[in-house]
Design a protein around this ligand. Structure first.
Ligand SMILES: [Zn+2]
Length: 298
């Protein structure tokens, strides 16, 4: 063995390779677990025809109770508007019309992919509250718990546009986007753990995570937005609202969402120009859905 003048031992080449091998071994183990998790939890969503990742150990009931818990927490922190006031009744009226068309629209979209709908929203306990707030926001949690913020009313301007936003939110819950995000987070954690255990320094880890965010998680979130736009538009059209209001609505939304943005309308939302192009492309189909499912004479 070579000895340096200060008496320190040179690391022998064999040892270095062993450490490197261990690192790669750990990374491979995590990669194998990640791949196993990914492939064993993938299903096809009949409504979108897309392969999605939802943890099989998370039941619809678990998801509903998580939604309910979050809902109660939000309502206890915010200022819900008296349900007997006209604004609350109007919003509930829109919600009821949309909810009444969920089964028809799910079945029609699933049929386009040659599939049967899951009808998993059958067990939803729908509820809608109006929250007194400046935010131009709305949400629908797993299990059908919805809220519309009063700040959305002047941006929506009319019931057709309001129905487009609420349809979009309902679609997120129907498509189980929350559960999909949870599965994504699980995979991200596996990646983080692998990074930490294989001895990546925090800076390297951050770089990898940032790359994943831009390359993988963010487009994934945008895809959810695009899916919710489509399913929501079909719901609004089937419930006899005018889907063409979607275009001016998202234009107004783009203008109002300058500085502060609420969680739902954050950077995960598609670029406004792309979104409007997508909506315009969907318009013939939306009008066809209205023809088919709206019993009201136009
Ligand atoms: Zn959304």
């Amino acid at each position: 063995m070579r000895q340096d003048p200060f008496g320190r031992q040179q690391p022998s080449p064999g040892r270095g390779r062993r450490v490197g091998g261990l690192r790669i071994g750990i990374l491979l183990l995590f990669a194998a677990y990640g791949a196993y998790y990914y492939f064993s939890n993938r299903t096809e969503d009949p409504v979108t025809g897309q392969k999605v990742l939802i943890d099989r150990s998370l039941s619809v009931d678990d998801e509903k109770s998580l939604g309910l818990q979050a809902y109660q927490e939000i309502l206890s922190q915010e200022r819900p508007v008296d349900p007997s006031l006209p604004i609350s009744q109007e919003i509930r009226g829109i919600a009821d019309r949309l909810i009444a068309k969920v089964d028809d629209v799910e079945a029609a979209l699933a049929a386009e992919h040659g599939m049967q709908p899951t009808r998993f929203s059958q067990t939803f306990e729908w509820e809608v509250n109006v929250i007194d707030s400046d935010q131009a926001n709305a949400f629908c949690l797993p299990g059908g718990k919805m809220a519309v913020y009063t700040g959305l009313v002047p941006v929506a301007q009319n019931e057709n546009a309001m129905a487009v936003v609420m349809g979009h939110e309902i679609a997120h819950a129907l498509l189980r986007h929350g559960a999909q995000r949870m599965a994504q987070q699980r995979l991200t954690q596996v990646g983080q753990m692998a990074g930490a255990m294989s001895g990546m320094d925090p800076q390297q880890q951050q770089m990898v995570m940032a790359a994943m965010g831009y390359g993988y998680l963010l487009p994934y979130a945008r895809k959810h937005e695009t899916e919710a736009d489509e399913v929501g538009l079909m719901l609004a059209a089937a419930a006899c609202f005018d889907p063409r209001e979607a275009v001016p609505l998202w234009e107004r939304m783009g203008q109002s969402g300058g500085g502060e943005s609420a969680p739902e309308f954050s950077s995960t939302h598609p670029n406004p120009g792309t979104r409007i192009q997508n909506l315009q492309a969907l318009m013939p189909k939306a009008l066809e859905y209205r023809e088919r499912f709206c019993e009201q004479a136009m």
